[in-house]
Design a protein around this ligand. Structure first.
Ligand code: SAH
Ligand code: SF4
Ligand code: F3S
Length: 477
């Protein structure tokens, strides 16, 4: 019964509509929930776990705020701005609550974990606060809140991986899906709030990951992205009694097992910490064509002194050597980075080092931020956030400009090349064009041709004919 129910929901959600049961549907929902997610892909994946937990308790998802009995916001704490965005959104939801007293508002995710019950004091119209490891208790908390109590569960766990829960895909394109392979983080990067909001690192049962990927493939998905804050430290020791084999599963091994599901299933992963990505992983990437030639390798800073203060545990030279190694073993591999401008005590020379490392590595793409102090982190306790905002922003601007040049150059190198593209759907601007990605994670837009059998989820060879710094355009060959 349960799987049929979920299958039906998958189909309806794929059509881009709110899931609503037909009048004849034997299942009448207790309540309808609306869920909105912020932050990283892991948070989006968690919302799909939450949807599954609520479904099993007879709650139905809706995309229509007006018909919701429950509103959940899955929140992010990574930078102050992320928290501000959530607070602004909450004031809008609170207005709805004034009109509908029975409406319950729940805060999930990292901000819930960081602020705990303080949230209920600060944001008085919030009813439920649930941290990332406590989603199984959501149905009970909803009942408590409906009974007029304030409901909070922010316990972190050393074991919870939601391994047995089949996520309900909420907003996907039906072609690519995210699969959580681990939770938490044991690296104490001094700027980062994640270890505090997500707890200790733990790896999910390898069999449950493989099962989820196989199911996705059977449902028509053609790409999975394996998610973790630090995927290369994935390590799972199967329980002898139940597992087919009891040898530990490393990330390289997991990657290979997922790649073997089908040559038609593309495999991606994120994020790799430069200190942990191994040659073994690079060799596996070399061996399987369906493992995408793309590595997201956050740099954070190009200055060894700053990297040390950040507790990243690598030097500038070590990072550059890692990039060299990737390029030697995987000459076509795309590489992207995360970069922070204006960390505590960053001097002009440190900043120039970052620009130089960017040049050396020639990143295809970067996510760039200015430093935002997070309460409770090592940096907040130990160092002064002493770079004036104007300086942080100017340095960030210089980093962005550098990246723009690098991205344009990278795209220009792709002109006249032919790539295999997985079609994700219509291009945003024009339904006469397809949009898809190549192995290197670059978006390529190309015209639909008459009488062609191509559809969402098809692979097609495309020759790149034009580019901007942001996109590639091409023609099918
Ligand atoms: N686990 C990943 C990153 C997760 S957070 C890793 O280790 O690389 C995503 C990115 O947000 C980080 O890579 C970092 O660049 C940025 N970030 C994290 N904390 C930040 C802060 N306090 N201020 C600005 N940027 C931050
Ligand atoms: Fe944060 Fe560092 Fe862990 Fe990434 S590896 S989540 S930056 S502590
Ligand atoms: Fe944000 Fe939490 Fe992810 S802080 S980036 S949602 S792990």
């Amino acid at each position: 019964m349960e799987t049929l129910f979920i299958d039906k929901m998958h189909d309806e959600l794929r059509q881009g509509e709110a899931f609503a049961p037909a009048a004849t549907d034997p299942i009448a929902y207790k309540k309808r929930f609306y869920i909105e997610s912020y932050g990283c892909q892991m948070n989006f994946a968690d919302s799909e776990v939450v949807a599954s937990i609520l479904n099993q308790e007879g709650f139905g998802a809706t995309r229509n705020l007006e018909e919701a009995d429950l509103i959940f916001v899955n929140t992010c704490s990574i930078r102050e701005k992320a928290e501000q965005t959530v607070r602004k959104r909450l004031t809008e939801f609170k207005r709805l609550k004034k009109q509908n007293k029975a409406l319950l508002i729940g805060v999930l995710g990292c901000m819930a974990e960081r602020l705990k019950s303080k949230f209920l004091e600060e944001e008085r119209l919030v009813d439920i606060v649930v941290g990332p490891d406590a989603y199984r208790s959501l149905p009970a908390l909803v009942s408590e809140a409906a009974g007029g109590q304030k409901a909070v569960n922010v316990l972190l766990s050393r074991e919870e991986t939601y391994a047995d829960i089949a996520p309900v895909r909420l907003d996907g394109n039906g072609v690519s899906a995210f699969v959580s392979i681990m939770r938490g983080c044991n690296n104490m990067c001094s700027f980062c709030v994640v270890p505090f909001t997500r707890g200790r690192e733990r790896s999910r049962d390898a069999e449950s990951i493989l099962h989820e990927c196989r199911e996705l493939f059977a449902q028509g998905y053609r790409e999975v992205t394996l998610l973790g804050q630090n995927v290369d430290s994935y390590y799972f020791v199967p329980d002898d009694a139940t597992a087919q084999e009891s040898t530990p599963v490393t990330f390289a091994k997991l990657l290979e097992k997922v790649a073997l599901i089908s040559p038609l299933l593309r495999v991606r992963f994120s994020t790799s910490h430069p200190k942990d990505i191994t040659d073994e992983v690079l060799y596996i990437m070399q061996r399987y064509e369906n493992i995408c030639q793309y590595i997201h390798l956050p740099l954070q800073s190009g200055s060894t002194r700053v990297l040390q203060l950040m507790n990243r545990t690598y030097t500038k030279e070590w990072y550059m050597a890692k990039v060299d190694r990737i390029k030697t073993l995987l000459p076509d591999c795309g590489i992207s980075a995360d970069i922070i401008a204006g960390f505590c005590s960053e001097q002009e020379e440190d900043h120039l080092d970052t620009l130089r490392v960017m040049d050396y590595c020639g990143f295809d793409f970067s996510y760039m931020f200015f430093y935002s102090e997070r309460p409770g982190t090592l940096a907040a306790r130990r160092y002064q956030d002493d770079i004036p905002e104007t300086v942080k922003k100017r340095r960030l601007q210089e980093i962005v400009e550098k990246q723009n040049q690098l991205s344009l150059r990278s795209n220009q190198r792709d002109l006249e090349k032919i790539f295999t593209v997985l079609i994700e759907g219509d291009s945003k601007k024009n339904d006469q064009e397809w949009k898809g990605r190549n192995s290197q994670n670059k978006v390529i837009v190309f015209p639909k041709t008459a009488n062609s059998s191509l559809e969402k989820g098809s692979y097609v060879r495309v020759k790149v004919t034009e580019c901007t710094q942001a996109t590639l355009r091409g023609v099918p060959v």
